[in-house]
Design a protein around this ligand. Structure first.
Ligand code: UT7
Length: 351
């Protein structure tokens, strides 16, 4: 039986994003790599990205984005169970789910530190690693916690410091990725109300794990004499083909599940991996160009953070409005991919 059949749903009530202060534009990259602003813009749609300095970690970014989402939930107000009369939404959070492939440490998970630093110590807290699909996977996980009655209010954060995994000399990856965090607050509600998330469509293919991989540092290969094995490697063109095909396939599946057609979609918020991937996927779904939500030009690919960051920017500039029917889709290392729908609620952002 699905969440929708039960009538229990996770409902979006708060949203926030945070980017590290340091920006690196294409011109700066082209001074140290064999690349150009023109190549990066044309092939990816990226002009600049935000990058962590050594004193900033994934947990630090997750705390900033999480705090903004909690303040957004408080500002959005008491629209459902768990909202305190004083708007102190943070006090009622009983689970923190962190989507990340770049935790502060290999062990333990980073979510408990995020929870404690936000004053949510005692809440359930754990990480979900589905790399660039992490946010959609963690959204499904948070929805499951709510549907199971294990939580009434969940803070969901997608945060990655992906630039820390990159070989600084690799022009195939350095121009693509940036760092950042995005977060949502979800509360228990009913499937028909604005902000209710679902249905979902999730998949994986571990046989293609080598297409995007950090070869060393795990139990298969704890250390390596080749320093390149510590870095993220990506077979870009093959990944491009899989990303466009899988995101379109999964989008169609989730639309079918909801009884929607592509014509019902007002906003398409795909994982911000490459503007051409987003455009190709939107086109193959038959979505009009103006329904594409993108902020990749100034963020690059922020992995698990990209969808909530794009949403926060779109709310801020008025592109994403209450009542909009939203299609989310993502693809990443694993391979993993998945999609979800929601009807956008009335939402107030907060600094
Ligand atoms: O988040 C999910 C995971 N990641 C992705 O979804 C990324 C998927 N892949 C991509 O976005 C694209 O494949 C890239 C942006 C990584 C690469 O773009 P592409 O259009 O697939 O380029 P390519 O690798 O096929 O290379 C085309 C040409 C080659 O030169 P020749 O052989 O045609 O002379 C490359 O050597 O561009 C060259 N090239 C570059 N030139 C300047 C590759 N990287 C660069 C670069 N600057 N940074």
């Amino acid at each position: 039986m699905s969440t929708q059949d039960l009538g229990v749903a996770a409902v979006l009530v708060g949203l926030g994003g945070w980017l590290p202060p340091r920006t690196v534009d294409n011109h700066e990259l082209s001074r140290r790599l064999d690349t150009s602003d023109e190549w990066i813009r044309t092939r990816t749609g990226i002009a600049s990205r935000h990058v962590v300095d050594p004193d900033l970690s994934t947990v630090d970014m997750a705390v900033e984005a999480g705090a903004r989402a909690l303040r957004s939930a408080a500002a959005t107000g008491g629209s459902g169970p768990g909202d305190g009369a004083d708007g102190a939404a943070g006090e009622a959070v009983d689970a923190v789910v962190l989507a990340t492939a770049t935790p502060d440490h290999p062990c333990p998970a980073s979510a408990p530190q995020v929870a404690s630093r936000l004053g949510l110590g005692g809440a359930a807290a754990f990480d979900v690693n589905a790399v660039c699909s992490g946010f959609v996977y963690a959204l499904a996980t948070a929805t499951g916690l709510i549907a199971a009655g294990a939580a009434r209010r969940v803070l969901l954060v997608g945060a990655d410091a992906f630039t820390t995994l990159l070989d600084p000399a690799d022009r195939g990856t350095v121009p693509i990725f940036g760092d950042g965090a995005g977060a949502m607050v979800l509360r228990a509600g009913t499937a028909g109300e604005p902000g209710a998330v679902g249905p979902f469509d999730l998949h994986s293919d571990g046989e293609l794990a080598d297409l995007l991989i950090v070869p060393a540092g795990g139990t298969r290969c704890p250390t390596s004499d080749d320093p390149r094995d510590r870095y993220f490697s990506m077979q870009g063109p093959a990944v491009f083909r899989h990303a466009t095909a899988r995101m379109a396939e999964s989008s169609r599946a989730v639309l079918d599940r909801a009884g929607w057609t592509p014509g019902d979609v007002d906003r398409f918020v795909g994982h911000q991996a490459n503007l051409r991937i987003l455009q190709t996927t939107a086109k193959s779904l038959g979505l009009p160009a103006d329904c594409l939500v993108t902020n990749i030009e100034h963020t690059g690919n922020t992995s698990a953070a990209s969808i909530p960051l794009a949403m926060a920017d779109a709310v801020a500039d008025g592109t994403l409005c209450a009542g909009d029917r939203v299609l989310m889709t993502a693809f990443g290392a694993g391979l993993t991919w998945g999609s979800a729908l929601l009807r956008w609620p009335r939402l107030t952002l907060a600094e």
